[in-house]
Structure formats: C-alpha cells, structure tokens
Design a protein around this ligand. Structure first.
Ligand code: DP6
Length: 358
C-alpha cells in the first residue's frame, strides 16, 4: 500500500416514519426494543442523509463531519457501529488506482466520514434513523462487507434503534427478537415500495427547532415510570402489529389509518403517563389531529392518517394523490406556513428506496 491514495464511497439513505412505534428499550447498550415496530420509508429526494466515507493511509484517526461541522466519534453508538462493520470487512482491490487493501489492513486504517441531512437535525424528523443507516450502508460498500440488508440492520440498530428500518424501502418491520445478544433483533422488508404506491405523504413541519427531550432519554424515563408502556408492549402492540401487517398486505387504507392514528396517540399517551410527563406535540399538532379526524368522519371513510414522533411535526399519509391534494388545500387554508400559526413549512413526497450513489 502506498501512502497517496484515498478510496471513497457515497450512499444516500431516506428516513423512515413508524406507523407502529418503537418506544422503550430492554437493553440500552445493544439497543433492543420492548416491542416490534413497523415503518414506511420515505422518498430520499425530500428527507435523506447522504454520507461519503473515505479511507486512506494518510488519515491519522477516525473523524466525522455532520452538515459540515466536525462531531466526536467517541460515543459508544458510533464506536459500536464502526467496530461491528470493521469486523466484517473483506479484501478490496481497485486495479485502476493500483490499491489493494487486505482484510487485516482495515483494523489499522482510519476513516473520514462526511454526512449531510437535507432536513432539520433532531426536530422529530428521525434524522438519526437515516444517519446511522447511511453510515453503516456506506461503510459496508467501502469495506466490501458481504452481509445482507437485514444483517446490516442489526449493526445500524446499535447506532439508533429506528435506523435499522431505513435499510429497506417500502414497509419495514423491526422484529424485537428474543436473544440476549441481539442477533435476532433486526429489520425485514414487509413489502417493497411498489406494493402500495398510491400513498402520498405530507409532513407539516410545525417546528424545525431541536426537541427538548431526546427520544433516547424520553423512552428511558417511560420504561422506568410508565405502566401504560408495559401494557402497550405486552398486550397492545403484538396484536396491532399483526393487524397492521394485514392492512398493508391488503392495501386496506381504512384499517391502516385507524391503526396508525391509534398507535401514534397511544405513544403520546405513554409520554404523558411518564413521570415527569413528556410533551412532544403542541397546540398546532393537536389542531391538525382534530382537523384530520373531523375531515375523515365527514367523508365516511378515512382519507388521511396522521402520526407524530418525538416532536410536534405531523406526518400525514394520504390514501392517494387526490386526497393529498385536498389535504394540502385544507392545510394551507387552516395552517398557512409562517402566518399566525407556528407552522414552518410543508414537505411533500412519496415513499421509495435505499440508493447507493457513485
Ligand atoms: C418516536 O431510534 O431515535 O421515532 O434508539 O435511542 O436512538 P434511539 O431512539 P430513536 O427513537 C425513535 C422513536 C420514535 C418512534 C419510531 O421511530 O419507531
């Protein structure tokens, strides 16, 4: 190996939105959840992370930049992902550039990582989901790792739980698993992005400010103090997950919407049941819920499902393009961006798949 080369890979990974929420860990280090969850992966054109990973004998240490600003890689989550992926690294040869990296060289070589989000970081738009999925996917490509997406998802999971679901497009299930070492806690694709391509997603960015209680500390407090969380994990989610899988399989929007809204509401009820209570939604979020509920009732069958993560932003899933157009008209009328509501903007998009670039 000469000293004057750099080998790079770039990947792009969309974020995902849970329709059955992950909230609570049974193991904080390995990031093992207390229940299964199901999500839909978004279109990378609107909400994605792009990560370039580079390796060179000239690099003195592992370093990372997020949106142009250097961040520390010393945290356990980054270290766990880097260690797990390095363990699986294989020989890489680039004949054109005259580079050959032996399997054992990966332990000595350092990495530079540059990652960009095209949406606000930590505003309840699941930036860590896209971030860790993209990091693991890009490193796997750079290091010629053989593992499939599900096996990679178990590594991304150790960066951020929800990240394991961003390794696939379409609808994805994170199986909580039973093993203590977390080897069976991984994501599987339920259906690909073509299965239900009528759906249309609109995100109403109620606030792009950073959230006050991170998901990690919020769910820790819920596990410690909420009885509702115990009931939810044991009694509600196992049944609801099966019903949701059936609704997705049959493209049954009425059931899908009912389950999605109920699960979001129960997740926020768990937050309220936490001591001290956690408030992720605000008045605008509540008004959006009322608006959608009223509209759905007046139509006789649901046109739109809503779901909220650890922040006030509304993710609205319309049954088709026509319902999305109607929804947008209604939203713009009742919640004009930056006009006497505290709504920042709208992100309009589709669902789609993981992409490797370059
Ligand atoms: C409300 O995956 O961000 O978005 O595993 O601690 O990194 P950590 O938490 P994170 O939690 C996401 C919670 C959620 C629901 C979901 O995406 O399922």
């Amino acid at each position: 190996m000469g000293e004057k080369w750099v080998l790079m890979k770039t990947a792009q990974t969309p974020t995902n939105i849970a329709v059955i929420k992950y909230w609570g860990k049974r193991d904080e280090t390995l990031i093992l959840p207390v229940n299964d969850s199901i999500s839909v992966t978004l279109d990378p054109a609107h909400l994605c992370t792009t990560t370039t990973v580079a390796v060179s004998p000239a690099f003195q240490q592992d370093r990372m930049w997020l949106n142009g600003k250097e961040i520390s890689l010393s945290g356990g989550r980054y270290q766990n992902c880097l260690r797990e992926i390095r363990k699986r690294a294989r020989e890489v040869e680039d004949k054109k550039k005259g580079i050959k990296i032996e399997k054992e060289d990966w332990e000595k070589l350092h990495l530079h990582i540059a990652s960009y989000n095209n949406f606000p970081t930590a505003a309840g738009l699941a930036s860590s989901a896209a971030g860790f999925a993209c990091l693991v996917f890009a490193l796997a490509k750079l290091m010629n790792v053989e593992e499939d997406e599900s096996q990679l998802s178990a590594i991304a999971r150790q960066g951020s739980g929800s990240a394991c679901r961003s390794l696939f497009g379409g609808f994805v299930k994170w199986i909580m698993g039973k093993e203590e070492d977390g080897s069976d806690s991984l994501a599987v694709q339920l259906v690909d992005e073509k299965h239900w391509d009528d759906l249309f997603i609109i995100i109403a960015v109620v606030s792009s400010r950073q959230k006050e209680t991170s998901s990690t500390s919020g769910m820790r407090e819920s596990v410690e103090t909420s009885l509702l969380l115990q009931h939810r994990a044991k009694e509600v989610v196992p049944k609801r997950t099966l019903q949701m899988e059936e609704a997705i399989e049959n493209r049954d929007f009425a059931s899908f919407a009912k389950l999605t809204c109920a699960d979001s509401n129960q997740f926020h009820a768990v937050c309220l049941d936490t001591s001290p209570p956690i408030f992720y939604m605000n008045d605008t979020s509540h008004r959006i819920i009322s608006h959608v509920e009223k509209w759905n009732r007046s139509e006789g069958s649901p046109q739109v499902a809503y779901t909220f993560d650890a922040g006030p932003n509304a993710v609205l899933i319309a049954r088709d393009r026509k319902a999305a157009a109607q929804l947008l008209k209604r939203l713009l009328f009742s919640f004009p961006p930056n006009f006497d509501t505290d709504l920042d903007s709208y992100i309009i998009g589709d669902k789609t798949i993981l992409k490797e670039a370059g």
